[in-house]
Ligand binder design. Structure first.
Ligand code: 5AD
Ligand code: SF4
Length: 449
């Protein structure tokens, strides 16, 4: 195979969850450190990395069509790498079907990208889907070395990866591997660098972020609550959030942190997936609807204004009308501020994919329409109920209208307001009007303390 020139520009396209966004940022930094520059908007890049998601639907098909779209008139393509969970699950197949792809790199191996690029430019096609014992984080250069980079007001920080829960529908334990917590010292160091680069809010990420544990500087074992408390002691950091959690890992200590750590925002994303215990058992969730509701009660007891969010799957194999009604009942009982809901999608290699009683597509559609109507009703009600509150908003970007700005409330609502502010400011507003997707507000003080 002929060799190609070293790439001078790159583009990383991330799909799926926030952890992929984080991984995409780290890959971009890695490539920049190699002297490859981000391709300007609208220009073709010499190297394109597709950082893919495999959790639902026909993700792999989407990758093939995206790859096809990069083909030039003369039939050639830029250097293409497929990264992420589709790469992990279907790497060999991608290499077979798509000759334009020169690199396949799994989520635990992307620190090897520079070597792989050297191989690929020498004309070889390379796959690396290893899940090595040493983590990619140890092998990556530290973030913001030399203080050169700027961060947006909200920075992602992956603290934990992988999953040992093996819900029967889910590919994550296979694509991301076993649960691994990054060491405390590395996280504090990375948080510091992100804050020095301008971050005012840190979003702690993990597939099971509340299963994180580590040893603090004095050798004591701590959980996510301990990490949150230490981060809260950093004066320049204003806000802390975490996602995504499993109900069984909501410890008393973490719940208590919601009550007394002011910088921990009053928002909890706690997936439940279904309201029927029969379905939850078949999903191997190892909690019941009632035990889930009890966790929420305990959080609400210490933080009454907490905004709740969740994930739902409709049409899991064997889900009856009565099971689905249980889901609607649970939704009514909780009153979510926002939620994600999905039609069940069989994933090859997971136990649920071969279960009997797969649900017909039209039944799934009917159920998701009903569920989303209920969730939409509650989301709007939450936003409307917040009208009249005074709160702080972290300014994220300009809005569409002249003079308009967009930021996030403590409850993760998108808040629009007019005024003379800048990205990264923490401002005080009064919420004036609530809709389905957003809340309007009036600026009270330009820059809050
Ligand atoms: N089908 C549909 N939804 C899924 N999720 C995970 N696996 C599947 C699947 N096979 C959803 C769950 C999870 C979220 C990240 O994606 O709700 O919490
Ligand atoms: Fe998937 Fe369940 Fe693990 Fe979440 S807890 S990543 S849904 S296996």
């Amino acid at each position: 195979m002929p060799s190609t020139q070293n790439p001078r520009t790159y583009r990383v396209k991330s799909f799926g969850c926030q952890m992929n966004v984080y991984d995409g940022e780290r890959m971009a930094e890695l490539l920049t450190d190699q002297g490859i520059a981000a391709a300007p908007e609208g220009e073709e890049a010499d190297l394109v990395v597709f950082n893919t998601c495999h959790i639902r639907e026909k993700a792999a098909e989407k990758v093939y069509s995206d790859i096809g779209r990069l083909r030039r008139e003369d039939g050639s393509s830029p250097l293409i790498a497929v990264a992420g969970c589709v790469a992990q699950a279907e790497g060999d197949e991608i290499m077979r079907r798509s000759p334009a792809v020169k690199m396949v790199v799994g989520p635990q191996a992307y620190h090897r990208l520079p070597d792989m690029i050297r191989e690929a430019t020498a004309g070889r096609r390379v796959t690396d889907t290893d899940m090595p014992a040493e983590t990619k984080f140890d092998a990556l250069p530290a973030r913001n070395q030399g203080g050169r980079r700027r961060s947006g007001p909200t920075a992602f920080l992956t603290v934990q990866e992988g999953c040992d829960k093996f819900c029967t529908y889910c590919v994550v334990p296979y694509t991301r591997g076993a649960e691994v917590s990054r060491p405390h010292a590395a996280l504090m160091d990375e948080a510091r660098r992100l804050i020095d680069a301008g971050a005012r809010e840190i979003m702690l990420l993990g597939q099971n972020v509340n299963a994180w544990y580590g040893e603090d500087a004095r050798g004591r074992r701590i959980g996510l609550d301990g990490l949150i408390r230490e981060l809260a002691d950093i004066p320049e950091l204003a806000r802390i959030r975490y996602t995504t959690s499993h109900p069984n890992d909501m410890t008393e200590a973490l719940i208590a942190a919601h009550g007394d750590v002011e910088k921990l925002m009053p928002f909890l994303h706690l997936p439940v997936q279904a309201g029927s215990d029969r379905v939850l058992r078949a999903m191997n969730r190892s909690h019941t609807a009632e035990s889930y509701l009890k966790v929420l009660d305990r959080v609400r007891a210490v933080r009454p204004d907490i905004a709740l969010s969740g994930d739902f799957i409709v049409g899991f194999p064997g889900e009856t009308d009565a099971d689905f009604e249980d889901t609607l009942r649970l939704v009514d009982a909780v009153g979510y501020a926002q939620c994600f809901s999905f039609k069940y999608s069989p994933r090859a290699g997971t136990p649920a994919a071969t279960m009997e009683d797969q649900i017909p597509a039209e039944v799934m559609t009917e159920r998701i329409v009903r569920l989303q109507a209920a969730l939409g009703r509650d989301q709007t009600a939450f936003n409307v109920a917040s009208v009249g509150k005074t709160c702080q908003v972290l300014v994220e970007r300009k809005g569409k209208l002249p003079g308009q700005w967009l930021g996030k409330s403590p409850w993760l609502q998108s808040v629009y307001f007019d005024g003379d502010v800048a990205v990264g400011d923490m401002v005080t507003v009064e919420l004036t009007e609530g809709g389905y997707n957003a809340v309007s507000a009036r600026l009270l003080s330009p820059v809050a303390a």
